[in-house]
Every structure is written in structure tokens, then in C-alpha cells.
Design a protein around this ligand. Structure first.
Ligand SMILES: *Cc1c(COP(=O)(O)O)cnc(C)c1O
Length: 493
């Protein structure tokens, strides 16, 4: 078959991969068995890197002699294995729905190591948290009212965290739909949240925030401003036990800085019409050409980072204020516990998504479209595209074609837009039917967060590699079975 002679001109984005992944790429008979048994696509997980990621965060916090708790943000991946692993490691879990919380409790997680930050808290969820003494982070006055009423009914005085937002950064207030405004929250806590006050069954215990950006400076500013807030409260006799800086700690996906820079430069050129497109329909991934000039910014996760994970945390903790103090020093002086809720970054290197090639075709524009047995919801995040090169695993023994091919991957939803990736990908050769395409490092959000079942397709099968015993085994991550959802108002269970 004819291949694209320009294929070598499409920028590469080579992913960081772990030995467990590359070992699996080479194990063709095992992959063959897995696809026969489970169909396509499959998500494969390995919990080893999860423990390492946790350990690297813990080391930084210990080094700074900070009292601390780390919670794994459950929402970043649906598999049960990470909850079990968190329990085994003594790591907490941040839960954001009834089922997430119930599952953790049923799996035997220590309620002291759970936190509930759900954006929507209904009566059943609040009851469950109160009955098990799980700390809730409250977002608004209506929530306080609901929790206070149920606590009163149950005869409980409940410790709570208060979510805040609206920090100053470079002279401007950062907007968030979540939380109490940092400028008014002290007044609210002192006048409403103590015994004898309006919400007499609630006791303020600490502050929580979660920032939507990946700036080290913003994170440090937010911690410092929260510490000042706690100083104000202390003068009124209210102590702050913890500050929870949420998640959003950066992760690095790419092996090479140059890849990232070249890709961004070539994308701009393509959108400007200065080269052939590198994305489907010359999608700018956020860049736009207006009256001949380039506007906007790419709407993608910063896939390449030189200060990821524990280095990001370290940079935040030692970021100096004008008078030379640091968040780490200020927290230590005041004996405030630092809490954090990383999701994505704890899942770095823990999972990948694989799908079978079902057909190849050339479209009207002359582009190769490679049809995969999956749909785009099975590899989707809030980033405009997944910016890592997938890996071709050739499954045909006799395949000899070695001419590189540049292709787009298409999926099973009956939408013109059902492209698995917007980017054109150069492969060592045009894949054959039955070859496997692997998308590495998808465990954090990419594989689960937006997955849908249109056309009544099944959800992707989730598998877990277990290397604990002599022999490696791969098992299904069984979805947790729940009893019927309690529907009656106020029913205890
Ligand atoms: C999403 C979320 C997190 C996890 O964020 P990551 O980017 O996955 O680290 C933590 N806390 C809260 C409140 C969140 O909404």
C-alpha cells in the first residue's frame, strides 16, 4: 500500500514508559490471549509506580518535618486496585461521591484517612460521612445548613473543613466556582461556626483549596494567604489544624524537551498555513488564525515538565515570600498539618490503554485513517488532545513492510469527530489488521473520566498486573458491587 512520503516530517512526542510496559509490548502471546478473552480495548494497570509516587511525596514532606496526610484523589481512575493499594500503604483517599465513599468504607479504609470533597452533597452522602466520622469539606452555607441539621439529628458535633477560593495572585483575585471567598470566610467562621452559634453542631478544623492552574507561585501564594487567615482566626481563639492544598500537582509525560518545543512550533506554523497540517482538519488545539494572525493559547495539559510531582511540591514549599519565609517554615512554626490530594500524579506510569486495529483506509484528502476497536470517550481528558505518541505493537509474524506511515486513528462512534487523537501520528509502518496500538500512561483521567456507552458499547475492560508472586498474573479489576442505592429519604444503612 502507498504510504505518505512526508511522514518523517510530523513532529514526534515520545512518551516516558516504564519497564513493566515495555515488557508487555514484547509479550505477544500474552497480549493475544488478553484480547481474545476481553475484546478491545483494554486498560492495563500496575500498582508498583503508585507506591513509588506516594513515597516520593512522603519523602519531601518528611524532609521538611511537616505533619502531613496525603489523600489519593479517587476520581482520577475508577479501578478498585488503587483504593486497596492506598489502604495497604497507609495513604488516605479523597472521595467525591456516595459510591466513592461507600466503596472505601466497605473495603475497610480507616475513616480518619478519608476525606469527602464532593461538589454535590446530598442527604444520603452526608449521613454516610457523619455516621462514619469522615471529615467533610464544605463549600457553601447551604451545605453547612444540611450537615448541621443532620448532625444535630444524629446527636453529633462534627469537625469540618472549609473550602476557600479567591486568592490574590499578581494583584488579581483567582476565580473559582468552588468554596467560600477567602476575604469573607473568617467572619463567617467566627460568627457562625462555633458552639452556641448558628451552626452549633459543626466545628471548624481546617482549610481546603484546589487550584485549577499548574503554577508553583499560585500554589505558594494560596498557602501563605491561608496561613495568614489562620493567624487571624487564632487571635479569636479558633485554631486551624490543617491546610489542604488539593491536587493538581504537575506530572511529566514526555521523554524529551525538544519534542515538546518542536511540536508547539510546528503546530503554530500549520495553523498559520506555513506547513502541511499536523492535526486533523488543521485543528489548532486552541490556536486560531484570525485575519492572518495567530490568536489564543493551546488548550492542552502541559505534557512536558521539568518540575513534576515531588519536585513541584518541593518548589511550592520552599518558595520564599517577600520577607524571606517559606510555606514549609510557616506551617512548621504553627504546627499546622499539611494535607494534599494528588490524583493524576499518583497514577503516573500506572496504566495504559490498548486497542486492536480493525481497518485501514485512505480518505478523500489522501490521509490514512486507521480504524481502532474503541471510541474517543475511552481516551479523553479535559485536554484538547492526548499528546503522546502511541506505540505500534505488530502482531503479524510475517509482516515486513518498513516504510513509515503517517496516520490518523478513528473510533467506533458514528460521529465525524470520532477521532481517537487529533494529531497525525508517524508509525514505523502502516499497521495491519489485528495489530495493537498502545496509548501509554493513561491511568490519570484519560481512560475513565469521560468514558460513555453510546451505541451500547461496553466500557473498556480494566485489568491489573500482579507481580507479587513468582508468576505474573493479570486479573480483571472487578467493579465494585453495591447494594441497591438507598432511595427513601433519611433511610439509614
Ligand atoms: C480533582 C481534584 C483533585 C485531584 O487533582 P489532580 O489534578 O488529579 O491531582 C484533588 N482535590 C480536589 C478537590 C479535586 O477536585
Amino acid at each position: 500500500m502507498q504510504t505518505d512520503p512526508l511522514s518523517h516530517l510530523y513532529p514526534r512526542l515520545t512518551a516516558v514508559t516504564s519497564p513493566w510496559m515495555t515488557e508487555l509490548f514484547d509479550n505477544h502471546s500474552l497480549l493475544d490471549d488478553l484480547f481474545r478473552e476481553y475484546g478491545s480495548p483494554i486498560n492495563i494497570h500496575h500498582a508498583g509506580p503508585f507506591a513509588e509516587n506516594y513515597e516520593s511525596y512522603r519523602c519531601v514532606l518528611e524532609k521538611h518535618r511537616l505533619d502531613h496526610t496525603i489523600f489519593f484523589a479517587r476520581k482520577a481512575n475508577k479501578c478498585r486496585i488503587f483504593v486497596k493499594e492506598a489502604k495497604r500503604l497507609g495513604l488516605g483517599v479523597d472521595t467525591a461521591s456516595y459510591r466513592e465513599l461507600k466503596e472505601c468504607l466497605d473495603l475497610g479504609c480507616d475513616p480518619d484517612k478519608l476525606v469527602l470533597t464532593a461538589a454535590v452533597k446530598n442527604e444520603i452522602l452526608v449521613r454516610l460521612a457523619l455516621q462514619h466520622g469522615v471529615l467533610m469539606v464544605l463549600d457553601n452555607e447551604d451545605e453547612c445548613r444540611l450537615v448541621n441539621r443532620i448532625a444535630e439529628e444524629l446527636g453529633i458535633v462534627s469537625k469540618i473543613g472549609i473550602r476557600i477560593s479567591g486568592f490574590l495572585h499578581n494583584g488579581e483575585k483567582l476565580y473559582s466556582r468552588f468554596g467560600f471567598d477567602v476575604d469573607y470566610v473568617a467572619e463567617f467562621i467566627t460568627s457562625q461556626l462555633e458552639s452556641g452559634n448558628h451552626f452549633g453542631n459543626l466545628r471548624f478544623s481546617g482549610f481546603h483549596f484546589h487550584l485549577n492552574s499548574y503554577s508553583i507561585q499560585e500554589r505558594a501564594d494560596a498557602i501563605i494567604q491561608t496561613i495568614y487567615l489562620s493567624d487571624m482566626l487564632r487571635k479569636k481563639g479558633i485554631s486551624t489544624k490543617f491546610i489542604d492544598l488539593g491536587g493538581g500537582l504537575l506530572m511529566n509525560y514526555l521523554a524529551d524537551r525538544e519534542d515538546w518545543e518542536t511540536f508547539r512550533a510546528e503546530l503554530k506554523k500549520a495553523v498559520m498555513g506555513e506547513r502541511n497540517p499536523i492535526t486533523f482538519g488543521n485543528n489548532g488545539l486552541g490556536y486560531e488564525l484570525i485575519n492572518g494572525s495567530l490568536h489564543g493559547e493551546t488548550d492542552v495539559y502541559p505534557y512536558y515538565n521539568e518540575t513534576p510531582k515531588e519536585q513541584f511540591l518541593e518548589a511550592v514549599l520552599i518558595n520564599k515570600t517577600e520577607n524571606g519565609s517559606t510555606p514549609a517554615g510557616m506551617l512548621r512554626e504553627r504546627n499546622i498539618e499539611l494535607r494534599m490530594e494528588p490524583g493524576r500524579s499518583l497514577l503516573d506510569q500506572t496504566g495504559m490503554t490498548m486497542a486492536r486495529v480493525i481497518h485501514r483506509k485512505k480518505d478523500q484528502r489522501g490521509d490514512w485513517l486507521v480504524g481502532l476497536e474503541m471510541n474517543r470517550s475511552q481516551l479523553m481528558s479535559s485536554s484538547a488532545d492526548y499528546l503522546l505518541d502511541p506505540i505500534l505493537i505488530p502482531m503479524q509474524k510475517s509482516a515486513v513492510d518498513s516504510i513509515p506511515a503517517a496516520v490518523y486513528f478513528t473510533g467506533g462512534y458514528c460521529l465525524e469527530q470520532d477521532l481517537i487523537l487529533k494529531r497525525k501520528i508517524t508509525l514505523p509502518h502502516l499497521p495491519y489488521i489485528g495489530d495493537i496500538i498502545c496509548f501509554p500512561n493513561t491511568a490519570g483521567y484519560m481512560m475513565h473520566f469521560y468514558e460513555t456507552q453510546s451505541h451500547l458499547y461496553d466500557f473498556t475492560t480494566n485489568l491489573v498486573i500482579n507481580e507479587d508472586s513468582e508468576e505474573m498474573s493479570i486479573k480483571r479489576d472487578e467493579l465494585y458491587k453495591f447494594n441497591k442505592f438507598p432511595l427513601k429519604r433519611g433511610v439509614r444503612h
